[in-house]
Write a protein that binds this ligand. Structure first.
Ligand code: MSP
Length: 475
């Protein structure tokens, strides 16, 4: 039987500032999904990386008074550090400035789209927001400014190559309606259909070389560089060897994890590019909500930014993974505060899972002569499976913690630590049952807290209480 493949991607992030909690969350979602499918035996590939051909990096470096290349390297390293601290199991970290790995496939993509007659030269007159790396219309503005960045867009009048996005309107609409490109959740599918509306407009796909410093050159036209989203979206296949031998193209098509802010690019522009180039379309687009803090978007000027590094140093890697996967709503916006994070940590981990493991393992170590046999569990709870199928790790965690609660309850009502004095055999049977169930809990933790999963399983099989899993917080 052919082994199933599983391919998932994160957005490639702009390295114009320190990675923040939103980046950590998107990447963690992809990681948890990958770990689960790899465990189930799929041939898995997990791609992440950075979107580097952007003016934003140059501007940020200038603001910091640093050399742009040096600044870029520093920030990219911060993303890599974060991923290591979060135990992210990516297969590849792609960088779009990599002329060896990324550019050949981008050239190939451009050539195919061109060969299909979907590129033409024209005059672009209008507005451009560097923050969004997108062309805006008057309608998009609030008080003459970009509503996302609060900046006045550049007024452009220049020659560009245009992509005939308009010709794909009907086809893309049908593909989304029929779930051939599955957009999760359904409300985001409606959003995508709404912005397609009655028609898409052709979009600018290049900028004059003199206007942008960094970027992939347009083949056979030294006067133009590709629009950053054109090159960025193509990363999902250049990473697999598209345009340079196709070594890993068997993984395509895959699943894209994106925030709702960039759905339009993934649901419309990217599928149109693939259609034009004669390539398969993404299987699914998983759209998560935004993490907000104290009711507002996190921003430096508001001072409500919660850094993922800060979280990891307070709670540790495993707990940070848990906090984000369980408590950030998979599809809606989630408000996070430091107080709430502390509460979630104490309740779910210190008093919940950590306490249960300590109780059960203490009883087992004291009262059983030896370890139980490795439980022969061959499947997961159907509700857990369904949740993962729905990309809903919050619900998957709820299933696990419901089980944690039930085991706690069982100990409280049956009191095996007392029963051992009156009916030792019954007590031991009960403890063995608890170990079996705890093993099932541990197994379900695999994608969420991979190290904790192993620690619990090993301690069960060695009949030895592990070190305290989650320490209390310093107030
Ligand atoms: N470079 C583009 C993406 C190109 S993909 C071909 C980009 N980069 S970004 O650095 O701005 O990252 C955007 C992504 O980061 C969002 O789509 C989302 O996945 C994540 N998040 C950014 N802010 C977020 C929150 N506040 N909350 C949750 N996720 C957020 O756009």
């Amino acid at each position: 039987m052919k082994q199933e493949t599983f391919y998932i991607t994160t957005p490639i992030y702009y390295p114009n500032a320190e990675p923040h909690l939103g980046h950590a969350y998107s990447t963690l979602l992809a990681d948890a999904n990958t770990r689960y499918h790899a465990l189930m035996g799929a041939d898995s590939y997990f791609l992440t990386g950075t979107d580097e051909n952007t003016q934003k990096v140059i501007q940020a470096a200038e603001k910091a008074g640093e050399d742009p290349r040096a600044y870029l390297e520093k920030i990219v390293q911060r993303f890599k550090d974060l991923y290591q601290l979060l135990n992210i199991s990516f297969s590849q970290f792609i960088r779009t400035s990599d002329a060896h790995v990324h550019w050949p496939g981008v050239f190939e993509m451009w050539k195919r789209i061109d060969a299909n007659g979907d590129l033409y030269k024209g005059e672009y007159k209008g507005l451009y927001c560097v923050g969004c790396e997108a062309f805006l219309t008057e309608k998009d503005l609030v008080d003459g400014k970009c509503p996302n960045h609060g900046t006045v867009p550049q007024v452009l009048s220049e020659e560009n190559y245009f992509f005939r996005l308009s010709t794909y309107t009907k086809e893309i609409k049908l593909l989304i309606e029929s779930d051939e490109i599955k957009i999760v959740p359904a409300s985001r599918k409606s959003d995508a259909l709404a912005f397609i509306g009655d028609g898409l407009q052709d979009i600018s796909f290049s900028r004059p070389t003199r206007a942008v410093e960094w970027g992939v050159p347009v083949p056979n036209d030294s006067g133009q560089k590709m629009y950053v989203w054109m090159d960025a979206l193509t990363n999902y296949i250049t990473a697999l060897g598209f345009g340079r031998g196709e070594v890993n193209m068997r993984f395509w098509p895959g699943i894209h994890v994106v925030g709702k802010d960039i759905l339009r690019f993934h649901a419309v522009i990217w599928p149109a590019m693939l259609l034009s180039a004669g390539l398969p379309l993404p299987k699914a687009i998983l759209v998560h909500g935004m993490i907000i803090s104290d009711g507002q978007k996190m921003s430096k000027s508001l001072g409500n930014v919660i850094s993922p590094f800060e979280l990891i140093s307070r709670y540790g890697t495993e707990a940070t993974r848990y906090l984000l996967l369980r408590h950030v709503h998979p599809f809606n916006d989630t408000d996070i505060t430091k107080e709430r994070l502390d509460e979630w940590y104490e309740a779910g981990l210190v008093n919940g899972l950590g306490n249960l493991v300590a109780r059960v393992m203490k009883m087992a170590e004291t009262n059983l002569e030896g370890p139980i046999e490795k439980p022969a569990v061959d499947n997961f709870d159907p509700e857990y499976l369904q949740a993962i199928d729905d990309f809903n790790f919050q619900t998957a965690c709820d299933v696990v913690w419901r089980k944690v609660g039930q085991l706690d309850e069982l100990i409280t009502t049956k009191e095996p630590f007392k029963l051992i004095k009156t009916d030792p055999e019954a007590a031991k049977t009960l403890i063995r049952q608890l170990l079996q169930d705890l093993y099932i809990v541990a197994r379900m933790l695999h994608p969420i807290m991979p190290k904790t999963c192993v620690i619990i399983k090993e301690s069960i099989l060695a009949n030895k209480k592990p070190e305290n899993l989650f320490s209390r917080l310093d107030k």
